[in-house]
Design a binder for this molecule. Structure first.
Ligand code: UDP
Length: 491
């Protein structure tokens, strides 16, 4: 019955929710297409994933690679996910992840020895080293980016060129990506600002990003229509195929690895009681957070805008001791919860983690105040919800630039965690986007609706195939073709 044996695909995301979520979503899609998936990660993440994989997904096999954070400089013990780390330690975690190389190599070698070589090895943008590993073993390798093409192109070019270090001016452009336009230093994450070429971030990224050239291609959780400029950049730079196969969105039931603080039913019940487009959803993703003073300004703004409701995922503010117990109300203006949440019933304060997909797909949600992490962006636009951007780290600033300047679905309210944001400015931006009579808001909502249609068309798989469906077919054809070629050579 050799003919019926499923082809194997190895998936290996970086250890962070924003990375694991799109990899798992893609794995579920590939499993549906008849592939057997080996999903690799470290023990704590695999344990959580066991609760996320639907029982019907018998062809997704979880495989652990041991990882001991305490073996690595600066890391506390038992840390296996970005969400358990304060931002300054992210670089230590990235460096430590290189220790996974020998064990991942053995895992692939064992599969080959067992007569089950994967038709493709799909790894994270932070595992550039894995391209060479796969190459040496004669395996087809692709990088899967959970980030969009434009954001990642700016990220890639900025790390490899450090353009802001070559000018005294606050504005600069990217030498190999001029079509991206002008950037301002405030659009750079803290790690870029501290970079001089010899610092740990620069060294890690130079090595990591340069190693992508050894990969056979890049998959993007993006839509070619939405993200043309960034995708074209990578085709040009890497001279490799680039497939935009998104959005791959992890269905809500498969997210149980991370417990929401409030049930989806409760959220929906509350949202049902609110008028159309009247609720602002606020979340800064799985690891970013604002400062204590920014939190105060945001709360004051929410209290001032009487006719707007909100669901706010409040995470401990910057600098909070993550081993201590976090109580959201202690970080909000005195009496805020009693007045705004209990008496006026205008808001839900969710501590740490909310059922985001269910919230965004509710008709009462009129805008999303977000850090512009790409998963959140896609989840919002898939529902036609316009964005209020507050980028904080990584490529989020570049995502915001694309959404504001090119796509027209976002208004930026603040940048970063040291930005002195004022309550009045937050009020102004929220009203511009959400007030029924705001021309800007109407335009953004209309555009977000168009993008929702664009996304729906991209994933159509009936008599007409959407661009993302076609890209997925092309990617799988390339993997299967490579396998056939390898077979012919070894005969
Ligand atoms: N997420 C969620 N509930 C939360 C916060 C985040 O379900 O309270 C999910 C969100 O739906 C998204 C992911 O976590 O799929 C966050 O990814 P994103 O790329 O937006 O940001 P990151 O966390 O990587 O910065």
């Amino acid at each position: 019955m050799a003919e019926n044996k499923k082809e194997t695909i190895v998936m290996f995301p970086f250890m962070g929710q924003g990375h694991i979520i799109p990899f798992l979503a893609l794995s579920l899609q590939l499993e549906q297409k008849g592939f057997s998936i080996i999903f690799v990660n470290t023990p704590v993440n695999i344990k959580k994933l066991r609760q996320s994989i639907p029982p019907s997904s018998s062809a997704i096999h979880l495989r652990e690679i041991p990882f001991h954070s305490s073996d690595h400089h600066g890391l506390p013990p038992h840390v296996e996910n970005l969400d358990a780390l304060p931002y300054p330690l992210v670089i230590n975690f990235l460096q430590a992840s290189r220790s996974l190389k020998p064990l991942f190599t053995s895992l692939l070698s064992d599969l080959i020895r067992a007569g089950d070589p994967p038709i493709v090895v799909v790894t994270d943008i932070f595992f550039g080293w894995s391209a060479e590993v796969a190459n040496e073993l004669g395996l087809f390798h692709v990088i899967f980016s959970g980030a969009g093409g434009f954001g990642l192109a700016c990220y890639y070019s900025t790390w490899l060129n450090l353009p802001h270090r070559k000018t005294e001016l606050p504005e600069f452009s990217l030498p190999d990506f001029p079509e991206a336009g002008k950037f301002h230093v405030t659009q750079l994450a803290a790690s870029y600002l501290a970079a001089d070429g010899d610092d740990p971030w620069s060294i890690f990224q130079r090595e990591n990003l340069s190693a992508w050239s050894k990969s056979d291609g890049v998959l993007f959780n993006s839509i070619s229509e939405l993200d043309k400029t960034g995708l074209a950049y990578f085709r040009r730079k890497l001279d490799r195929p680039v497939w935009a196969i998104g959005p791959v969105v992890l269905p809500a039931p498969a997210r149980s690895g991370k417990r929401p603080d409030i049930s989806a039913e409760k959220c929906i019940q509350w949202l049902d009681s609110k008028p159309l487009n009247s609720v602002l959803y606020i979340s800064f993703g799985s690891m970013n957070t604002i400062s204590a003073s920014q939190m105060m300004q945001l709360a004051k703004a929410l209290e001032q805008i009487m006719n707007i409701n909100f669901i706010w995922v409040v995470r401990p503010p910057l600098g909070f001791d993550i081993t201590a117990e976090f109580k959201a109300e202690e970080w909000l203006p005195e009496g805020f919860t009693e007045r705004v949440v209990q008496t006026q019933n205008r808001g839900l304060i969710v501590s740490q983690w909310a059922p985001q997909l269910e919230i965004l797909s509710h008709k009462s949600v009129g805008a999303f105040l977000t850090h512009c992490g790409w998963n959140s962006v896609l989840e919002s636009l898939s529902q036609g919800v316009p964005l209020i951007g507050w980028p904080m780290a990584a490529e989020q600033f570049f995502n915001a630039k694309l959404l504001v300047e090119e796509v027209g679905v976002c208004l930026e309210v603040a940048r970063g965690t040291s930005f002195e944001v004022r309550c009045e400015d937050i009020v102004d931006k929220i009203e511009k986007v959400m007030k029924g009579d705001s021309v800007k808001g109407m335009k953004m909502r209309k555009r977000a609706g168009e993008v929702k249609e664009m996304i729906r068309d991209a994933v159509r798989n009936d008599e007409v195939k959407g661009c993302s469906v076609k890209a997925m077919d092309d990617f799988l054809d390339a993997a299967l073709l490579r396998k056939e070629k390898t077979k012919l050579v070894s005969k």
